[in-house]
Design a protein around this ligand. Structure first.
Ligand code: ZN
Length: 254
């Protein structure tokens, strides 16, 4: 049965097939991530107003095909899109990495609204004049993991309950996704030794960004030697709990 619906979507990826047709991967505000086809999109400016471009937010009218096996984008209008960002290849590359991650991990209808808002916030942050850390795409993965219910425990030590103290080293237990304090790092209650050492500054920063929108992230500290620790902690966590590894320009299943 033919069904029609309207929703707002952010375009994650676009591809061509045949002469005038496009397929799009979109994250819809209520429907989650879907693939839709835009027939005749390459020549129909009337129906699509030239708004089909990566990272644009568009208002769409979509029709489900007779057998329900594909979605047909009937009409779209531009709501917002990157401007300054399109001229900044470095930031556009970081934004693209964030979009690839979402594509790889998938977004259900349940998380759709929150993730949609996150993407709009990422675009606004990248459009702004403020500094954006080179680690932004990695921080983004941590934020997304938290939104999908995989928030790591970066506060009290999960063995003794001690809070982090300034100047003290913490140990991030990657498989448990929990912080262990310095005193408990060798405790027999620690199940494995898959640990990443996190200095206080790095720990505090990761804890902050895991709970807040990117536009509200404080400037990333000069991590120095901690930088690698942050990357290892997040990469290890994403690989262990979400099963994804970034390798040679792609996310692959671990
Ligand atoms: Zn402890």
């Amino acid at each position: 049965m033919r069904r029609e619906w309207a929703d707002q979507g952010v375009i994650l990826r676009i591809g061509h097939f045949r002469d005038n047709d496009l397929w799009l991967k979109l994250l819809f505000r209520t429907k989650g991530m879907v693939t839709a086809f835009a027939f005749g999109a390459s020549r129909s400016r009337r129906r699509f107003c030239g708004c089909l471009d990566v990272f644009n937010t568009i208002q769409c009218r979509v029709v489900t095909s007779g057998r329900g096996d594909f979605l047909n984008l009937q009409e779209a209008t531009l709501l917002s899109g990157p401007q300054a960002l399109r001229k900044n290849w470095q930031r556009m590359g970081m934004a693209a990495n964030c979009l690839r991650f979402l594509e790889a991990i998938g977004v259900s209808g349940e998380n759709a609204g929150e993730t949609f808002s996150l993407l709009e916030d990422v675009r606004q942050t990248m459009e702004g004049a403020g500094a954006v850390s080179a680690l932004f795409p990695i921080f983004f993965r941590l934020r997304v993991a938290c939104m999908q219910g995989y928030a790591p425990g970066l506060e009290n030590c999960y063995i003794c309950g001690a809070p982090p103290r300034s100047g003290e080293l913490s140990f991030f237990q990657v498989d448990d996704g929990q912080r262990v304090c310095f005193a408990c790092r060798d405790s027999s209650a620690v199940r494995s030794r898959y640990q990443v050492v996190l200095p206080y500054g790095a720990l505090t920063y990761l804890n902050t960004i895991s709970h807040t929108a990117p536009s509200a992230w404080p400037p990333a500290p000069e991590f120095g030697g901690d930088r690698r620790a942050c990357v290892r902690a997040i990469d290890g966590f994403i690989q262990y709990h979400l099963g994804l590894v970034w390798e040679n320009g792609y996310f692959r299943r671990a």
